[in-house]
Design a protein. Structure first.
Lengths: 116, 113
């Protein structure tokens, strides 16, 4: 168990709706990353947050947005849901020091989103 | 750009047999390399990592991997498979100083009794 917790574990939405996923990082960690894992594929980097600001982004459209709070917890928001957004969304926390990750990523168990 | 190729989306071995999961990467600079395991309906757990130093890296649950720069490979091995090793395995690469991990497509390992 890594200490990274995500909620909800499962949810179902319909196309066009909006969704918010939540993540509590491991104690002592100051950076949070989000990954999308489609069925049968490896995780894809969405973005990373550090000091409440986006600190790197993958190839995802602006309707994917996030927040990081002072306690280092985070939210992933997805607007105008599409069928292809159905996936497992993984949150990972780590420590960023001197501009580089000084620890490996610790992953939560994910939030499985189904878009109908 | 970095990329990771895992050869074989499915690997099946008998209990007690050698496990070999293959991973090749492309990177313009020496990367950090990782193997993660994912059990059904769970997140990713780090098995082992290579950053610098000794090229043979030992991880948890009896797994090890060897970084071969000349072959751009980081294959994962375990001398004797156990039923509990059945899972999805992901190889990943991260450029030094970068924030994101780049994952391979994964290899599903099945253990036959």
């Amino acid at each position: 168990e890594t200490g990274v917790t995500q909620s909800p574990t499962h949810l179902i939405k319909t196309r066009g709706q909006q969704v918010t996923l939540r993540c509590s990082s491991q104690s002592g960690h100051n950076t949070v990353s989000w990954y999308q894992q489609a069925l049968g594929q490896g995780p894809q980097f969405i973005f990373q947050y550090y000091r409440e600001e986006e600190n790197g982004r993958g190839n995802f459209p602006p309707r994917f947005s996030g927040l990081q709070f002072p306690n280092y917890s985070s939210e992933l928001n997805v607007n105008a849901l599409e069928l292809d957004d159905s996936a497992l969304y993984l949150c990972a926390s780590s420590v960023l020091a001197g501009g580089a990750l000084s620890r490996e990523l610790f992953f939560g168990e994910g939030s499985r989103l189904t878009v109908l | 750009a970095q990329s990771v190729t895992q050869l074989g989306s499915h690997v099946s071995v008998s209990e007690g047999a050698l496990v070999l999961l293959r991973c090749n990467y492309s990177s313009s600079v020496p990367p950090y390399l990782f193997w993660y395991v994912q059990y059904p309906n769970q997140g990713l757990q780090l098995l082992l990592k290579y950053t610098t130093g000794a090229t043979l890296v030992k991880g948890i649950n009896g797994f090890e991997a060897e970084f071969k720069k000349s072959e751009t490979s980081f294959h994962l091995t375990k001398p004797s498979a156990h039923m509990s090793d059945a899972a999805e395995y992901f190889c990943a690469v991260r450029r030094q100083g970068a924030q994101k991990l780049v994952f391979g497509q994964g290899t599903r390992l099945t253990i036959n009794p």
